[in-house]
Design a protein around this ligand. Structure first.
Ligand code: ADP
Ligand code: MG
Length: 257
């Protein structure tokens, strides 16, 4: 696919340390509009930290991170770059949906109320409008019938699907998934991956940290293998999985397959 549009995500030399531990050692990558990038790598390689930098849950120490040509955490005014205010950061974050390993639903709210919450509180949508859209989103993730259930009454897979609907309610242009199926019982993994596959087919731009190599192979447009805070190799999923060029990639794949 050739496109003249700017990439949705552009990372240039992104560095991040916690104290004296350098966790990201210069990450360069781009994610185009409509691309599904799967991010794999051993535990502790910096995958979650990288996702958290994209939506400014972490600040970066060096390098640049752009979402749609906007520098994350900064703005240009009068030809100079300034740090963004909290409201500016909140605005940038609104365009990015994130789904974590743990579902983090509000336990005292129904599925429908969970999905309506941010549109009403943050986007100032009317309750009627937000409710109608929340119903449509719950239908999209296959949960139209469970709109009035509380999280405790839902399975882990259903809760994760509500979490996806809740992220979509903010109309993000980018979705970040951090091991969305790792906490689920095996029989519930498929229903969540199916929803993500549907999103990909609808053209959502996604970065997915996952150990599900089948999903990466079938749905991913690109695959990035990270180890020790660097991108070791990247390319088409079939290529990276079928013909890894680096020993570190081979060793890792040997363990997860
Ligand atoms: P991954 O998601 O690939 O397993 P992480 O990004 O969670 O890796 O973590 C990478 C490294 O950064 C780990 O060694 C982890 O202990 C460390 N780390 C992550 N977050 C913090 C933090 N807030 N403070 C200190 N160290 C952290
Ligand atoms: Mg992680």
């Amino acid at each position: 696919m050739t496109t003249t549009a700017a990439p949705v995500v552009r990372a240039e030399g992104v560095h991040k340390s916690f104290g004296r531990t350098e966790v990201l050692k210069g990450i360069d990558l781009t994610v185009d509009a409509g691309e599904v990038m799967c991010l794999i790598g051993p535990s502790g390689s910096g995958k979650s930290t990288f996702l958290r930098c994209i939506n400014r849950l972490e600040t970066i120490d060096a390098g640049r991170l752009y979402v749609r040509d906007e520098l994350i955490g900064y703005e240009e005014r009068g030809g100079r770059v300034h740090e963004l205010s909290d409201t500016g950061i909140a605005r940038q974050r609104r365009g990015i949906g994130m789904v974590f390993q743990r579902f983090n639903l509000f336990p005292h709210m129904t599925a429908l109320e969970n999905v309506m919450e941010a549109p009403v509180q943050v986007r100032k949508e009317s309750k009627a409008e937000a409710r109608e859209r929340a119903r449509a989103l719950l239908a999209r993730v296959g949960l139209a019938e469970r709109a009035d259930a509380y999280p405790a009454q839902l399975s882990g897979g259903q809760q994760q699907r509500v979490a996806i609907a809740r992220a979509l309610a903010m109309r993000p242009e980018l979705m970040l998934f951090d091991e969305p199926t790792s906490a689920l019982d095996p029989e519930l993994v498929g229903e969540v991956l199916d929803v993500m596959r549907g999103l990909a087919q609808d053209g959502m731009t996604m970065i997915v940290v996952t150990h599900e190599m089948g999903f990466a192979r079938e749905v991913g447009d690109s695959l990035v293998f990270m180890d020790g805070g660097v991108v070791v190799e990247s390319g088409h999923p079939a290529e990276v999985l079928g013909n890894p060029r680096h020993d570190r990639t081979r060793t890792f794949l040997g363990k997860v397959h």
